[in-house]
Structure formats: structure tokens, C-alpha cells
Design a protein around this ligand. Sequence first.
Ligand SMILES: Cc1cc2ncn([C@H]3O[C@H](COP(=O)(O)O)[C@@H](O)[C@H]3O)c2cc1C
Ligand SMILES: O=C(O)c1cccnc1
Length: 338
Amino acid sequence: MIRFADPAAFAAALAALPKADGASRDAALDRQALLTKPAGALGRLEDIAVFMAGWQRCERPRVDAVQAVVFAGNHGVAAQGVSAYPPEVTVQMVANFKAGGAAINALTKACGADLSVVALDLDRPTGDITRAPAMSAEECLDALNQGAASLREGTQLLLVGEMGIGNTTPAAALCAQALGGEARDWIGRGTGLDDAGLARKAAAVEAALALHGPDCTTAFETLRRLGGREIAAMAGAILAARLRRVPVLLDGFIASAAIAPLARDNADLTQHCLAAHCSAEAGHTRLLAALKLEPLLNLGLRLGEGTGAALAVPIVRAALAAHGEMATFQEAAVAGGQ
Ligand SMILES: Cc1cc2ncn([C@H]3O[C@H](COP(=O)(O)O)[C@@H](O)[C@H]3O)c2cc1C
Ligand SMILES: O=C(O)c1cccnc1
């Protein structure tokens, strides 16, 4: 099991990321050129097959074991009136996940992913980032490690999602801190804020940046000061997946924001990630562009929980089915191939 002993160990892991296997990528690319279709005609399905080949280190990758984890946390900044819903919804939705009644339950069932839920100290909201760091170093490390520990042996594709009323506010703060720009570039309406709520959210992000900005010198410190428990857990899970060479389907704005500080410290971090979709949350388009990720879907979703990631699983499965099962020009006696 992957565990970061201290912030320095987390930084060291981030500085020495394993790479995809170039020989397997090349073998998959060679195979793509032989399949019975015009070169490039399966578009991004071809890229996905080559991507998966590199991480699975084989010419014809498979995805049987898909693991989805939803992390939940509560946020002190919710007291600033930055969400359209009250904070008690977080624990109520965790009960809903466990009872099987949430969108992510239906969508992981539909795509054949195994879902688990990790609730992180829901009765202890993080510090209000407009006034204090979200977490102590111990709390942040614990959240990162709970995320890392959630990755199961044998997982071939990881989906991470979140639940935490108010969490689009720390997510926007993380983006502004790690990627630059103003609070207004990164905030959106989240669960459905009105204009007054949006103004409160902008003020909260601005206050958090003014208070913590100068101290956010590393990914760890940025997550600790401006993030949240479920956000750090997602970062830990995504980094642990990389250390095990397990590809990740990224969900929406919050899941993508969780890795923004890590990507600032090491731009290669997103190499094992596919952006499942572009959320309707205002900052997500900008965030994906900054992370150099091209979303697979754009369905107007603004839910989180890992729902967009679950929707992209059939696309990955389809890409691998085409790559693995299609005949070559030679096998099918079709003229014109190479
Ligand atoms: C019933 C319900 C289910 C959800 N599932 C995900 N979210 C999403 O909304 C929250 C973020 O938006 P904000 O920052 O505006 O609070 C997070 O919990 C996110 O997962 C939900 C929100 C609600 C109300
Ligand atoms: O993009 C997301 O993940 C998102 C957007 C709004 C609210 N909750 C989640």
C-alpha cells in the first residue's frame, strides 16, 4: 500500500513519477496502423488505446477491473454562504451513496465499476479558508494517505469523485493559486448559487488567496491551506495510481482542481489522466486547458461524485475492444492497408 510518511515523501513521489512504457505505446501504434479502417478514422478511440497500452505495458490492454471511489468532506468555508445547499447535505448524501440511491450508484452500476465511499471526518469541517488554513499538516497528510490507501490491488482504471457541500469554493481557490488568474476566472455557480451568492464566493476566494497565497510554495502546502479533506484524498489517490501505473478518468471541476497544485509542481502529473468530461461549472474549461487535457464528453453535467468519469468508462472499453478485436487488413484480405 502506498503511504506518504511526511510532506517531504509526498513531494519526492511527485518529483519522480513513473512514465508510460514507450515500447508498448509503439507496439499499439503499429497495430492501429494495421487495423481495417482508414488511418486515424477511429479518432480519439485510437489515442485512448495507445494511452492504455503505455500504462498497462502491453500491446493489447484490457479493462476489466474499474474502481470508483467517492471521497466526502465538510468545509468550514460553507459558513460564508457559498453554496446553494446546507452543509448537512454532505453526510446525508454519504448515507444515500451507501443505500445505493445517488447518481453515482446508478452510473457506476451502468458502466460496471466497483464503487466505494470514503467519508473523511464529516463531523469536523475543515478550517474556514478565509480565516485559517483548511487543515493542519497531519490532517492533510492523513487525507492524502486515505486517498492513496483506497487504490485496490488489481485496479486497471481508477475513477475518483467527491461530495462536500461548499467544495467548489476551495477548488476555485486552488486553481487561482496554482494556475494564476483572478478569483472570478475560477468561480462558478456550483450547486446553483444566485448572483449574491456568487459575489460572496468571489469575496471568499479573494480573501483566502490574500491570506494564504504567499505561503503556498508547494503542492502540499497549497492543498493544506486552500483545499479540503476530500480534495486532498483525491490528490493522494490520483498520485498513488500514477505510482502504480494505473490510469485515471478525471471527473469534473473539483476532481480536476485537486491535482492543479500537483501539476504546478510537476507538469507531467496529468500524463496518466484522461479528462472524462467538461463540466458546466464555469472554470472547468479553463482548468482542463491549463492541465493540457482534452475532455472526452461535454454533456452539461455539474454534479461531481465521479458521475462524468463513470460516463466515460464505456468509451474506454469501446476503444480497447476495437483495438484488440478488429481484424488487420491482411487477416481480412482487405486491400489498401499497410
Ligand atoms: C443533493 C446534492 C448532491 C450532490 N452530489 C454532488 N454534489 C456536488 O455539489 C457540491 C459542490 O457545490 P457547492 O460548492 O455549490 O456546494 C459538492 O458536494 C459536489 O460533489 C451535490 C450537491 C447536492 C446539493
Ligand atoms: O464539475 C463538478 O464536479 C461540479 C460542479 C458543480 C457542483 N458540483 C460538482
